[in-house]
Design a protein around this ligand. Structure first.
Ligand SMILES: Nc1ncnc2c1ncn2[C@@H]1O[C@H](COP(=O)(O)OP(=O)(O)OP(=O)(O)O)[C@@H](O)[C@H]1O
Ligand SMILES: O=c1[nH]c(=O)c2[nH+]cn([C@@H]3O[C@H](COP(=O)(O)O)[C@@H](O)[C@H]3O)c2[nH]1
Ligand SMILES: NC(=O)CC[C@H](N)C(=O)O
Ligand SMILES: [Mg+2]
Length: 548
């Protein structure tokens, strides 16, 4: 692996990681599907939060959180192979909130009193809050300002057999007498329900009470503050003369990262975009225009369409196509990088290129540090990951602490036009993985034209932002149609539009028939060689979003 500019868990190269600047709530992940949502909710409250695996040794943390949240998880605390928190967490002297498994883990550490329940509780439940008075009143702080009756969402099978040592009940449900517990003296709280999911309507207030009222975390995690901090950090890291190279696709992530680099080090950042011949219509031209004229970024566009299309000729296996594109992409990038480095050598005001910019986001980081094991490869994702190592460059990843919507907020903050900020994602191998079977220039043209019409109509109907990703694809083989009384043995276009939050699962978008009529009509009339248009309605899973 190439060197990174900052691992989440503190790093010598990073002079000031965010957790040293912003009050930070540490979320320890026990493998729940919702753990990252806890981090999301905190950040929505302008509180910085980081997630680490539950196995994190606290002596190796290197920084002190304002509070710790123990997440839910699929295990049972009493099982032999169950994961447990480093007991040092109880010596940190900061508030702790246990959610579901986290509550059971708190209880386990205070008397080992958890067992399998006779009933699973899955779904909505009514929570009743129990208020205390006098000396015990402080235990109610988690539910301060909330109604005594609250709707909550549960997903558990285990339960506490009796109250752990030193705790009081602060909330109950018909099935869970210990749905909320709080320590009499220490600031430890446990809840059996999930406050991080939207099915718990007042969940965000519960998290806010914990983070703001109990942990006293400052709500200063704003995009302006982060942008300023990140620019200063990049300047320090790269130095007065260092230069940075970066691959830019015209997608949101790489554009925002590029603009940030430009703000930090100006023309010492060199962006390269490779036109691989399987991009959307006029894409390279538009990206060049936006990045250089609009945003002032120093960008080189390499037209390599013929080289890519030549190599793809006769290849129909999806993984082979992906590998050809990925490898060629790296070859071309390396050639360009050498040219740029040579030019840079002659520059009187700048030193050698020693960093490579990558648009890694927090979900990628979370995935790689997650408590869960590695998942199976469904598709080889194209990326430029092999490059920095090969060229002996260090990685610089300014977006590695951000979620996609935060990247969008940063883009807006940096003055990137909203069209670009809200752009649907587009895969590196582009249209090549949207053409089933062999890729030919004619097929690429057909997909480009159909895609343009589809997206244009989506925009005209005001639906672009309701849809997460939409595109046209081409089926393998041909079909018979009739145009102007003539037989047409033509291509089959498939349209796909999905709604998703994380692209791991997705549903198709429900257009109305009038909209479909309009799009299909236009494609039939305007795109030469198309005999049939289909709308793809398979969700993910079992399908994937892209066709290959
Ligand atoms: N045609 C290209 N030329 C140069 N770099 C590219 C190209 N296509 C992809 N990349 C690189 O691969 C990375 C991964 O692509 P990916 O599509 O995940 O991100 P993105 O394009 O920046 O944003 P989005 O997810 O919104 O499309 C990009 O950030 C960019 O560095
Ligand atoms: O940069 C990329 N390089 C790739 O090789 C690649 N393959 C899929 N995707 C994008 O990932 C998301 C999920 O796609 P799938 O459901 O097809 O796996 C969708 O947003 C896809 O567009 C890619 N992005
Ligand atoms: N969602 C959870 O954290 C579940 C915790 C534990 N596995 C239970 O069934 O009770
Ligand atoms: Mg992209």
């Amino acid at each position: 692996m190439a060197q990174t500019d900052g691992v989440v868990n503190g790093d010598a190269n990073d002079p000031a990681p965010p957790h040293t600047i912003f009050d930070t709530i540490l979320v320890l992940d026990f493998g729940s599907q919702y753990t990252h949502l806890i981090t999301r909710r905190l950040r929505e409250l302008s509180i910085y939060s980081e997630m680490l695996p539950c196995t994190q040794r606290l002596s190796e943390l290197g920084w002190k959180p304002k509070g710790v949240i123990l997440s839910g998880g699929p295990y049972s605390v009493y099982a032999e192979d169950a994961p447990h928190v480093d007991p040092e967490v109880f010596n940190l002297d900061v508030p702790i909130l246990g959610i579901c498994y986290g509550l059971q883990e708190l209880a386990w550490n205070h008397g080992k009193n958890v067992l399998a329940g006779d009933k699973r509780e899955y779904g909505h439940s009514g929570l009743k809050i129990q208020r205390h008075s006098g000396k015990q009143a402080h235990v109610d702080r988690l539910f301060e300002g909330l109604h005594d009756d609250m709707e909550v969402w549960m997903s558990h099978g285990d339960k506490l057999s009796h109250m752990p040592d030193g705790f009081l009940t602060v909330a109950t449900t018909p099935n869970s007498p210990y749905a909320g517990i709080a320590h009499e003296e220490k600031e430890y709280y446990g809840i059996q329900f999930h406050p991080e999911v939207t099915h718990t309507p007042q969940g965000k207030e519960v998290i806010e009470n914990f983070a703001v009222k109990i942990c006293k975390a400052k709500q200063d995690w704003t995009m302006e503050a982060f942008v300023d901090k990140e620019i200063a950090r990049i300047r320090k890291l790269v130095g007065e003369e260092g230069q940075v190279l970066g691959a830019v696709s015209g997608g949101v992530d790489s554009t925002v990262a590029a603009k940030l680099m430009h703000e930090a080090i100006g023309d010492r950042f060199h962006a390269v975009m490779v036109d691989n011949g399987v991009m959307r219509q006029d894409e390279a031209k538009q990206v060049k225009e936006t990045l250089t004229k609009g945003l002032g970024v120093n960008l080189t566009v390499v037209d390599a369409s013929e080289r890519f299309l030549g190599l793809l000729k006769g290849v129909s296996d999806p993984e082979k196509k992906r590998k050809i594109i990925g490898n060629t992409f790296i070859e071309i990038f390396e050639e360009e990088a050498k040219k740029i480095a040579k030019e840079a050598e002659n520059s009187p005001r700048a030193g050698p290129i020693n960093f490579f910019l990558q648009g890694t986001l927090y979900p990628d980081v979370i995935e790689s540090i997650s408590f869960k094991g590695p998942s199976q490869t469904i598709k080889t994702h194209h990326n430029v990951g092999g490059l920095p190592e090969k060229m002996n460059l260090k990685l610089i990843e300014p977006l590695r602490e951000l979620f996609k919507d935060e990247v969008r907020a940063m883009g807006t903050n940096l003055g990137i036009p909203s069209d670009l900020v809200w752009r649907h994602p587009f895969p590196g191998p582009g249209i090549a993985i949207r053409i089933i079977g062999e890729v030919t220039p004619d097929k690429v043209r057909i997909v480009q034209e159909a895609d343009k019409i589809f997206i244009e109509e989506i925009r005209n109907a005001g639906l672009y932002r309701d849809i997460s990703q939409a595109f046209a694809a081409l089926m393998d083989g041909k079909s018979v149609g009739v145009v102007g009384d003539q037989r047409l043995h033509g291509h089959i276009i498939a349209l796909r539009a999905v709604v998703t939050t994380d692209f791991m699962t997705a549903n198709y978008y429900r257009f109305d028939y009038d909209f479909m009529d309009k799009v299909i009509n236009r494609i039939g009339n305007e795109v030469h060689g198309v005999a049939r248009v289909l709308y793809e309605m398979t969700s993910k899973p079992p399908s994937t979003i892209e066709f290959e």
